[in-house]
Design a protein around this ligand. Sequence first.
Ligand SMILES: Nc1ncnc2c1ncn2[C@@H]1O[C@H](COP(=O)(O)OP(=O)(O)OP(=O)(O)O)[C@@H](O)[C@H]1O
Length: 722
Amino acid sequence: MDVLSFVWLLPALDVLVLHLLQKLCPLIGLQESLFAVWCASLVRGGLLTYVVHLLSGRIPVWLRRELLVSTAVLILLVPCYVTASVLAGSPIVPECLHGWGRWEVIALSYVITGVVALLWHHFSPFGQEEEEENSSASLGRLFSCMKPQLCRFLIVGVFVVVSCWSEMVMPYYTGRMTDWIGNKEDPSAFVSAIRAMTIITIASAVTECLCDNIYYFTMSLVHMGIQGQVFEAVLKQDIAFFDTISTGAITSRITTDTNTMSESLSEKLSLLMWYFMRAVFLYAFMLWVSWKLALFTLIGIPILLVIPKLSGTFYQDLAVQVQESLSKANHVALETFSNMKTVRSFANEDGEASRYAEKLQETYQLNKKEAAAYAGFMWTNSFSGLALKVCILYYGGRLVASGAVSGGDLVAFVLYELQFTTAVEVLLRMYPDVKGAVGASEKIFEYMDRKPQMASPGTHAPETISGHVTFDNVTFSYPSQPDTPVLKDVSFELKPGEVTALVGPSSAGKSSCVALLEAFYEPQAGRILIDGVPLQDYDPRYLHSKVALVSQEPVLFARSLQENICYGLEHQPVDAVEKVAREANAHEFIMSFKEQYKTDAGEKGGKLSGGQRQRVAIARALMRDPQILILDDATSSLDAETEHLVQSTIYSSERKRTVLVIAHRLSTVERANNILVMVGGEVREQGSHQELLDRKGFYHDLVQKQLHGFKQASADGEDTSA
Ligand SMILES: Nc1ncnc2c1ncn2[C@@H]1O[C@H](COP(=O)(O)OP(=O)(O)OP(=O)(O)O)[C@@H](O)[C@H]1O
């Protein structure tokens, strides 16, 4: 069934239901009463809503939503009109009462509904079906995060009910006192009312205090849980994720977004709970005092409900935009502070300051819009609330004049009503905030739900591996640049007990081979095997305990040197730490520090020189006693003598490990068992140093160029000294 035929089917069904009801009502004795109108309308509405839901799988979500709104308007038009005129004192007009069975009334109600539907379609911000689904999904997720604290929330709920009930009886006693002042028939009534009010006030204050205490404590537990979960989820992501999303955006998500969400939730949810309970109790008391006035109040409530729904979504969108804009500003600040030396050396403090100011300006513009949306929402809310109060006073005055209610009842009702509209207003005012929190949570759950793009991790973890690595026709491009292959049909082997060197010009793809061997990415074609088993079949933890990498720019953590060397390994004996530090030729300089192995490395190892950082990083890799050791230009910052010492350790080690060395300084790799020459993402040559020199190919050219470069540099040096 197409959308159009469905839209026609609904009115046809409606007219049929109306005719049936018109015939049925007199048969079952429902005539000329308000009750009959409401019963018939509820049956009609129920049937239409059921049909919309029944066929909802075949129509778009937006149409279902709009049909439901139209159905609500359609079925409420006549009963609301009849009720309002009856409450205003007009007698029941049978024609009017049965209006929903007359053609012209049906036609008129359809015209009004059509106009409302059109206005709704154009001005309702609920255009995006996905958004709505996301919102409710996020809300569901938020509640599921609170589930573990269900018991505490139940206790809070009980306290809320007790406290609200205590508050509710106050206006009742005030009303009784008004009657006592008017009549003075029962002198003890005043004293007992005052006594009851005192006891109830104390009880209410105590329960409220207890409730708030438990609630805020529970919410901080929920916050802690969510923050921990997001952090864990981010840590599990593949490296491509960190390539595409800035560190600023990630940290903002973990800190700012979770804070915004928890703050708004803990504060607003508490208010929501209190005021909702209050509204329920207040309305019950209002019904008890005067059902007519209570019904009259209820008619005005839908007006108060529609406004926040409209502005709430607008506000939510703005809240998301503000969060994004803030995260961009954070990113600029983070990038600047983490590269402070570069900024200073280029004297670009002003440039960075204006870049930051630019981002803040964007946030400010959005904040202005957000504030305007909030102010508009508040204004419409207060205005509609005020209008409702005036109408109630007018109608209440007429009821007192006719003797339907006493003066004391009217006072009690007005007191209840004042509190009730305040409660509804607060509930509605919080709606955008809760929506804002849901907006922030959507982004958080996006991270929590994000599945790493790589194939699910393997489980292969043999007791030992020999470390035979095979690159078998590997083709690879980075996920951020899928159309630019950086490795093309690359094949080579790394044998246990041998040192293999990877050389070639810059951007040849050497580090990309390392990234693949570290399983940071997966190749688009070909396979990488260790001891004949595909890399992705290995358990990632096991793999990283067997394969260790010292990268081009090793990053140390702002912890002691000992902690840095033992990174990822717990409780290592001091002897073992010193042994690997000696092998990496780091022991001597570490001992020269006042605090020796306890010396703090500074942020990113900033308190050490480049060469010292590299040696600590080599020690860190050796500490794991890896079967496969990768040194990606890891000795580039060392002086010739230190580099020679470090290399001696690696080349002459008794441990028969597989070593892959990447180096720009070709003198470093002369002793390697096998040298692979990479150019433009392909392996062009391989062999020993001598074999490659004899071949007079790329390697020979590279060596010649470096030799020439050195000679030129020394000649320049001599000239200058002369
Ligand atoms: N994370 C990344 N995302 C996208 N492209 C990348 C990424 N890392 C490297 N590349 C690109 O891959 C190509 C090969 O880079 P790679 O780092 O493997 O070269 P290299 O031979 O190690 O160079 P160098 O000797 O200068 O370190 C380059 O063109 C580079 O721009």
